[in-house]
Design a protein around this ligand. Sequence first.
Ligand SMILES: [Zn+2]
Ligand SMILES: [Zn+2]
Length: 415
Amino acid sequence: MKIEAIKGMSDVLPPESENWQTVEQLAREVFRTYDFQEIRTPIVEPTELFVRSVGETTDVVQKEMYTFKDRKGLSLTLRPEGTASVVRAYIQASLSSKDPIAKLYYFGPMYRYEQPQKGRKREFYQIGVELLGAETPLADAEVLMLLEQLFLKVGVTDTNLEINSLGCKNCRPDYIKAIQKFLKGKLNKFCDDCQKRSQKNPLRILDCKKEGCRKLTEDIPLVSDFWCVECHQHFREVRGLLLAGHVKFKENPRIVRGLDYYCRTTFEVLSDRLGAQNAVAAGGRYDGLVKDLGGPDVPGVGFAIGMERLMMLVSTNPEPRTPNPKPLIYFALLGSEAQQKAMSVIQELRAKGQSVGCAYGGSLKSQMRRADKLNASHVVILGENEVVKGIAIVKEMETGNQKEVLLGRLVEELS
Ligand SMILES: [Zn+2]
Ligand SMILES: [Zn+2]
């Protein structure tokens, strides 16, 4: 029986994996310039963590989580997103008592049991950041500037940033009441999901992807009409800082996001090149979350980038992103004695940081063909004759020039 990867989960094969590395490396460089540090959390967490943070009524928790019992009957879940885990770790390690500000980033796979389609997988990778401990609009703006910088750095320049504010715990209840009032009398025209949402989380009705529901909400009240004075002020300052930082954005009062913990600033980065799943990054502020999960009353703001979607934008980008790989030295080795003689030289070259490949058998002709295919800059030929003479033949592939080099001088010659 042939064993294949689980539906919606895929392998990243070379050379595509090289492109992933390049993007991850560039992202790390951007994070460093913004003074963010990496955090690594487990892929599996207690189910309760996501029920309490992401929200019991959200699609993620109700339909999309990979949840299972371990051997002791404990309910575990493969993380469907990164923020909850980071906040859990932040509380567990008392990071707030060590430093009032935490600037963290993460890379890694997330899991959601959704219908797979272009740009949507059941195992998908995210790059995310969380800035904890700052309530100021400057934190929102800085996170958005970082996001823009990251896209520029990997060569993606045609995305659109849309921002909104979801209000706070003081003004959002009025907005929710207004939505419930709006829905009265026409709820039966909405889809089943929306009817359920109307009870526990009516904001999500703005987020419904179904055409019928979208039409019905064309004149739904907008959150901007319900912001309190503080929320108005916060959003105005975020906008002002973005303008000052030359970050292009559009206001979209319909952004609500699929997770319960967001408040105030929320945003999405969209691309026309992605089809139906057009958001490549999204995030926002989540001021109550740390407290809700049993930690101190610490505000937070962050985002996550969908790695597969980002790679679709990067790889369809006209400019090649992979830097020229380091020149490779290839060892054509004939016979076991030649292999033995070459070992210490190969080891030493690699220790110096040089990329080295070697033949695992075959004729000299086939080994030279392989060196060609690998685009080697030099080939070191070591056969029985050379071993007896204590030399190797070094061939420069571009010119075809070759010369004999004493084995003892090979490392020096090739470095
Ligand atoms: Zn407010
Ligand atoms: Zn609906």
